[in-house]
Design a protein around this ligand. Structure first.
Ligand code: NDP
Length: 332
């Protein structure tokens, strides 16, 4: 059956301008790191993307190596975009990344020009698109001159294969460097994609912090793993449920489920309950409290999780007392 999106999808969502750019993102965006490889039925993937779009989540984030197997996520999402979202391309904001090992050999990883531009071509073919909206350098590569990485991002944009350039997980210092280089080239850096959550606050550390740096540079921020891969939900309060990411033994590792972390999660859960919301909603409202954050990038294995998540947009404002109490538990 043909997909007809919900008419009120833009009323349901809030939107934020990305840094000093002309692009807006939905306050909640959907990532495809998990749940879109060949290990997940295509019907589940289709339901997640359709439901997200109906909720106003019009930004889908990908990377070259997402799967498993590596690369399969872009092919699966590409198929669903072609089959379900054919008339909706201009409403969608699609991003992808390169920089972690993908193609075999020394040129199939890192921030070099060949890797970034070859990988982007592979991504576009898999996604069945002629351009992505944001193309990221997935990580800083100390073995490649930062000028070369910047020039490759600039070339991706100038050639029409990407609308904007982004970086992920760069330190404050490296962010300032590449932002200056991209400005010189005439392709301003759009956005930084760092991890950021109640249990991971590195972007606030140092002076200038990463958040200070992006603000000064007019660069937006999309925060990933804002739910700490599911830890900042009510899912792990009473043990590890079957089928959860923690049982899959890959990226949510045992040390994250330490007694210390779980005590923090319970304390934060109590605060959320007093506010009449779920822990997931509190965790996302807390990240979005900072106007420098353009969007929170979440993952979901079920459509019900998306409903829980977007309700964060109806959160009561966080009071100074609540923020102070949260600070007692929200530690790295
Ligand atoms: P989250 O912290 O949002 O974790 C998502 C997981 O949390 C879900 O898959 C689900 O796990 C669980 N969950 C979500 N909502 C609920 C809910 N309401 N109730 C209970 N459990 C819930 O983010 P991710 O770590 O998945 O990262 C999000 C995106 O960020 C990625 O898809 C990717 O696009 C990007 N990312 C980027 C990185 C980079 O280097 N730039 C690195 C990592 C992520 P379960 O399977 O257990 O149901």
């Amino acid at each position: 059956p043909v997909y007809a999106p919900a008419d009120d999808r833009y009323e349901r969502m809030q939107h934020r301008r990305v840094g000093a750019s002309g692009l807006h993102l939905p306050a909640v965006s959907l990532g495809t790191w998990h749940n879109f490889g060949d290990d997940t039925p295509i019907a589940t993937q289709r339901a997640l993307l359709r439901h997200a779009f109906d909720l106003g989540i019009t930004h889908f984030d990908l990377a070259n190596g997402y799967g498993p197997p590596a690369g399969s996520t872009e092919k699966n999402v590409g198929r669903i975009l072609a089959e379900d979202f054919a008339g909706l391309r201009n409403e969608l904001v699609i991003s992808t990344k390169a920089g972690y090992p993908f193609v075999p050999g020394p040129n199939g990883t890192g921030g070099g020009r060949k890797n970034l531009l070859d990988s982007l071509d592979i991504s576009l073919e898999s996604l069945r698109l002629d351009h992505v909206d944001i193309f990221y350098s997935h990580r800083y590569d100390p073995a490649t001159p930062i000028e070369e990485t910047a020039a490759a991002l600039d070339a991706a944009v100038r050639s029409g294969r990407a609308r904007y350039a982004g970086i992920s997980s760069y330190s404050a210092e490296r962010t300032a460097e590449i932002a200056a280089e991209l400005r010189r080239l005439g392709t301003p850096l759009l956005i930084h994609q760092p991890s950021y959550s109640l249990l991971n606050r590195w972007v606030e550390d140092g002076s200038p912090s990463l958040l200070d740096t992006v603000e000064r540079e007019g660069v937006g921020v999309i925060a990933f793993s804002a739910l700490a891969q599911g830890l900042l939900t009510d899912k792990y309060l009473h043990g590890v449920p079957e089928g959860s990411r923690a049982t899959q033994g890959k990226t949510l590792r045992d040390h994250m489920l330490s007694d210390e972390n779980l005590a923090r999660v319970r304390a934060l859960h109590d605060i959320a309950q007093r506010r009449g919301q779920t822990l997931a909603q509190l965790a996302l409202a807390w990240v979005l409290r900072d106007a420098r954050i353009s969007s929170v990038l979440i993952g979901a294995s079920r459509t019900e999780q998306l409903d829980d998540i977007v309700a964060c947009l109806r959160s009561p404002e966080l009071t100074d007392d609540e923020l102070a109490e949260i600070d007692q538990h929200a530690k790295d």
